[in-house]
Design a binder for this molecule. Structure first.
Ligand SMILES: [Zn+2]
Length: 211
């Protein structure tokens, strides 16, 4: 399996700043999520097998998003003083924007990396939020990726990238196409299955980071 660590470009082995107090709730889930309640308190949900250091780093990476939303919550509380403002509704756009920002930061590196392995070139990379596709590749080699992929494990994002890059060789889903995918990613079938099973969850619009 090919593993990269692009999400943390710094490759800093030491923990970063511990800026936030948060409540950590472990459960049988696959990814880390951050929720901010109406009082601006932070709750982080994480799988059992993710170290608390990894959780801290994740939280640090999302510091801008957290700050923005904590302030917003506090602001609203102060202004409205009421319970049920539709905070969740208005924040989802910010969530999407934050996912798209991450995608623009992470995906181009990974595409460049895998393009060399697949042995192809490509055109523009566009990040979208769409409900029907994880990625696409045009005849000219322009690539689209869905920002909700940023909620998936890295292995899954890589699969989508390799899949789209292999369309530079075969613009179809023929046997030859899948052979190319398998050459680069022998375990692609498992990843593909994961995406089929969990894809809908990734697209749930919720006021938290990840699901
Ligand atoms: Zn395809």
């Amino acid at each position: 399996m090919i593993r990269l660590d692009h999400r943390d470009g710094s490759a800093d082995p030491f923990p970063m700043s511990y800026m936030y107090d948060y409540e950590l709730v472990r459960s049988r889930r696959r990814t880390i999520s951050i929720e901010i309640d109406k009082e601006g308190r932070i709750k982080v949900r994480a799988p059992y097998n993710v170290s608390s250091l990894a959780v801290k780093r994740f939280v640090d990476e999302k510091s801008e998003w957290i700050e923005r939303n904590v302030l917003k919550m506090k602001d609203r509380m102060a202004k409205l003083g009421e319970e049920d403002a539709d905070i969740a509704e208005t924040s989802t756009d910010e969530l999407l924007e934050s996912l798209a920002e991450d995608a623009r930061r992470v995906i181009p590196h990974r595409v460049a990396y895998y393009a060399k392995i697949v042995g192809v070139d490509y055109g523009r990379i566009t990040i979208r939020h769409q409900r029907t596709r994880w990625g696409s590749c045009s005849f000219k080699g322009n690539l689209n990726f869905n920002c909700y992929l940023m909620r998936a494990p890295e292995e899954i994002l890589d699969y989508v990238i390799v899949h789209e890059l292999c369309h530079r060789l075969e613009m179809n889903h023929s046997e030859r196409f899948w052979k190319e995918v398998a050459r680069v990613m022998p375990d692609y079938k498992e990843r593909r299955k994961w995406l089929r099973v969990h894809g809908d969850e990734l697209m749930k619009r919720r006021f938290d980071y990840g699901q």
